[in-house]
Write a protein of this length. Structure first.
Length: 565
């Protein structure tokens, strides 16, 4: 694998426009010495909640999710991100927040769309629409907290539903790492409870949700997975400020039972260690009238540690090199390349969906690399001279040097490769994932944040080694590695959506959970040939995956002293 050089001050303007807008401000600061970087930019965090949503389900309540869209130009909107989906809830408070750049001198149009999620597909068009709000980021920032009615597509009110958006400028990069357990929680139904925790920040207008843990089923002595919360979201950076923690017994109906609550400052939580946890009684106020009542259990903070968190650009400017590998699907399900119905058929204009996707994503990727050399592999074809099926062959047929010079070189190698292979099968992802993971593992053994690996897979969506792929992804989730999948054609992409486990951690066939979500899936057909919005969506999660991985391993940028404070 080849190292990709760090970004420089000579980076082209279009990189700032295309790379995930979450990190444009950081990049702008990196090129501050250039005459064109004159905008005043700051980061803001948006917290979303809704009330009185329409109930679209017959036997239960709506399962809402909020998607944020940004107006790129004219009538073009691209999806910036989504909150988690909350089961059976008409008054959701979403824990997942949006971090976005605020440019004072620009009109930044946003659209918040709320859906009732009825299936597990990526596409939201087949889910019930609960309403939307279109506004500018300036309106949100100037109000700090803004509540507006939700509207239907025809601009009629969406019942009496409202959406509330809270904005907070990000000036504090500290995070608190938690390890939390509980003991002797109350039984809420027969002989068990399914507990989860919610952490709330105290604000001028009330308590604001900062974090929600996963549910630990059938356990009155739960141990939750380690988690991290930014100090701005938890306590506004004030370690003496009260934090409210609620413990609930989860119900699928959405009517969760409160087990108990406690309030404490971050300073009090910081006293906890594995040998001597900070313990807080979980109190249910409704039971206080019972003179024999003591508590509804004890919450144990086994670890609470505050650390400075480095950003994506801190790592890039500090010497971390990003290594991209491209993998192209040459299986028979794509169709005969000589047929106009094939996804590999090159039309008279010289393009097909694979080439269009390569150009769109590759033009962003190549700006990370001064040498513009990329290893490119094919999978699922019979290759010369033996005509055996290979799931990991260099498309230039040079195993000792699988690199292509720039995106032009990738396109040229693809065109030359296509007539020299026989599209076959099956469609196996695991060999190429394990190939890249091998290099990522070697880099991690150096105990430095010097390399991060990204595998871009272009595929028609049919996968045959799902169990091995799941195992490979779970293993790769513990390595400095991300996987981006672009689905071409009109196939059923449910398998890809399953791998892109945004709302749950992917499990291996043996039940082992991924350490983090490293897969980003984007279906090509949703972008109607708009290469800018495709690139934005494809790369949206990558900067956070890079920074969160190295921060979780406590790995500083290689040249940490060169990183701006």
């Amino acid at each position: 694998m080849h190292p990709v050089s760090r970004m420089t001050a000579e980076m082209d303007d279009h990189v700032l426009q295309i790379v995930s807008s979450t990190h444009r401000a950081e990049m702008a600061s990196a090129v501050a010495s250039a005459p064109r970087a004159t905008h005043l930019t700051t980061k803001v965090e948006l917290t979303i909640s809704c009330e009185n949503l329409m109930d679209m389900d017959v036997l239960s309540k709506s399962d809402p999710l909020c998607a944020l869209y940004i107006n790129a130009s004219g009538s073009h909107w691209y999806e910036f991100g989504r909150t988690e989906m909350i089961l059976n809830c008409l008054n959701p408070k979403f824990a997942r927040k949006f971090v976005i750049d605020y440019n004072f001198e620009m009109v930044q149009r946003l659209k918040f769309c709320v859906y009732d999620i009825d299936n597990s597909t990526y596409d939201l068009s087949d889910d019930d629409f609960l309403g939307e709000l279109e506004c500018t980021l300036g309106q949100i920032v100037s109000n700090r907290q803004m509540t507006r009615p939700l509207l239907l597509k025809d601009r009629r009110p969406a019942g009496i539903g409202t959406i509330t958006i809270c904005a907070e400028e990000i000036t504090d990069t500290r995070v608190a790492n938690f390890e939390v357990s509980a003991r002797r929680l109350d039984k809420k139904f027969l002989w068990w409870s399914d507990p989860f925790l919610e952490f709330y920040k105290q604000t001028e207008t009330g308590w604001q949700l900062a974090h929600r843990t996963e549910v630990v089923y059938n356990n009155m002595n739960p141990v939750w997975r380690p988690f991290r919360i930014s100090l701005r979201a938890l306590c506004g950076g004030d370690v003496e400020k009260p934090i409210k923690v609620d413990c609930y017994d989860h119900h699928v109906s959405g009517s969760h039972d409160l087990i108990g609550s406690f309030r404490a400052s971050l300073a009090e939580m910081l006293a906890g260690t594995h040998l001597s946890p900070a313990e807080f009684e979980c109190i249910n106020s409704k039971k206080l009238k019972n003179k024999k009542y003591k508590n509804s259990g004890v919450i144990c903070i086994k670890r609470c540690q505050v650390e400075n968190e480095y950003s994506f650009l801190d790592y890039i400017m500090g010497g971390c090199q990003i290594n991209f590998t491209i993998a192209i699907d040459f299986t028979g399900s794509n169709g005969d390349p000589m047929s106009p119905l094939s996804l590999h058929y090159i039309n008279p204009e010289g393009y097909n969906e694979y080439l269009t996707a390569i150009w769109a994503v590759g033009n962003v990727i190549q700006d990370y690399d001064s040498t513009k050399m990329f290893p490119v592999f094919g999978f699922g074809a019979q290759i010369p001279p033996s005509w055996q099926v290979s799931h990991e062959f260099p498309i230039n047929f040079n195993p000792t040097n699988p690199f292509c010079a720039g995106i032009e070189g990738v396109v040229q190698a693809y065109r030359q490769c296509l007539p020299n292979v026989k599209l076959w099968g099956p469609t196996n992802f695991s060999p190429i994932i394990n190939h890249v993971a091998c290099f990522a593992r070697q880099a991690l053994q150096q105990n430095m944040a010097s390399h991060y690996f990204v595998l871009l897979i272009l595929t028609d969506g049919v996968i045959t080694d799902m169990d091995r792929t799941r195992a490979a992804i779970v293993e790769a989730s513990r390595l400095p590695m991300s996987i981006i999948i672009v689905g071409v054609g009109g196939a059923d992409f449910s398998a890809m959506e399953f791998l892109d486990s945004d709302d749950r951690l992917l499990l291996s066939p043996t039940g082992e959970a991924a350490a983090r979500d490293i897969v980003q899936f984007v279906p090509f057909r949703y972008f109607h040939g708009n290469s800018v919005t495709l690139a934005q969506s494809v790369l949206a999660e990558l900067p956070d995956q890079v920074s969160s991985f190295f921060n979780s391993y406590k790995l500083k940028p290689p040249n940490v002293f060169s990183v701006p404070s």
